[in-house]
Design a protein around this ligand. Sequence first.
Ligand SMILES: [Zn+2]
Length: 339
Amino acid sequence: MKTICPLAMLFLACALTLVGCATRPPSPPESQGPPGARTPMGLIAATADLAAAGATRLHPNYIWATLKDRKQDAALNTAFERALTEGTPRAQQALLRALELKFIHDPQTSGLDILGPELSHHFRTFAWQAEDFPGGPPGPNEQFADVMVDVLDLVRPERRANSTRDAVVLREEATEAVWEYMTRQWVPVPGQENWKLNRHARESFIRMREQARAEGVDLVILSAHRLRKTAEANAARARNPNAVASFSAHSLGLAVDFDMSHRNDIKFSGLSTRPMSELVRMRESPVHKWLLLRGEEFGWYPYQNEPWHWEYNPPGFREIFWADFPGGAPERGIIIEEP
Ligand SMILES: [Zn+2]
């Protein structure tokens, strides 16, 4: 169990309130018309309401501000005019997609913006110290980093493949026969054949990479499968046990570390848990933002501590994963949540 100091607890309570409020922003008087109203302000209000109802993870405040400013962006303006003229759910959906694309490619935005402007500003401008990544060498603000990932998890929840109640395989389920079964399902990824993924994850990854490419984002793998021996050796000598787990989703063939550098948009020197300010800045990467908004459609979920690490684990996948193992998925007892 993590111990959180009273100040961090207080901040978490405030953050939860803000995120709660953020799902229902106050609507200005112009928005009183029915959804899909055929006036520009009515359409903006209807689109923000769609976001509040969960049609996108973009924050309603972002939608208000961006649609009021839509003339700055030709593609967005076209989608807006079409939604205004046609008034169909399909045209409104296309408008949401255009908003998401603008957000993904905008160098000013961060994945943290899904928390709303106040919280995002707080985390983005905080004076992070180099070692503030939770675990490993102690940093003075690790508890604040914990709060950040806890709040993110409320808006874009994790589904860890190797731990918690969503797990595909738990450490204690990984017998020798299970290790053999898991490894046998690894298949090289076309175009990056040095990396392998579980066959289901690979199939989904290929479709996801195509969709991302069509939207101007390159999903490049820096790491995928990890041999059991390598994972155990890494964990044994790691200074940071959070970052390098001995029983990793990489060992299941269900995790990818993506390159957060993207074309000429944004550059990073590699995958490192320090300095913390770089981890926060990685959330500005179009790759991270694309995965944040679109990854779930393909069954991919974040690991909030590491902006680059994503896991394939759609609901119902545990049964699919175990389908060819003699006896299928093991009976599951009470799951003890790991810290
Ligand atoms: Zn990873």
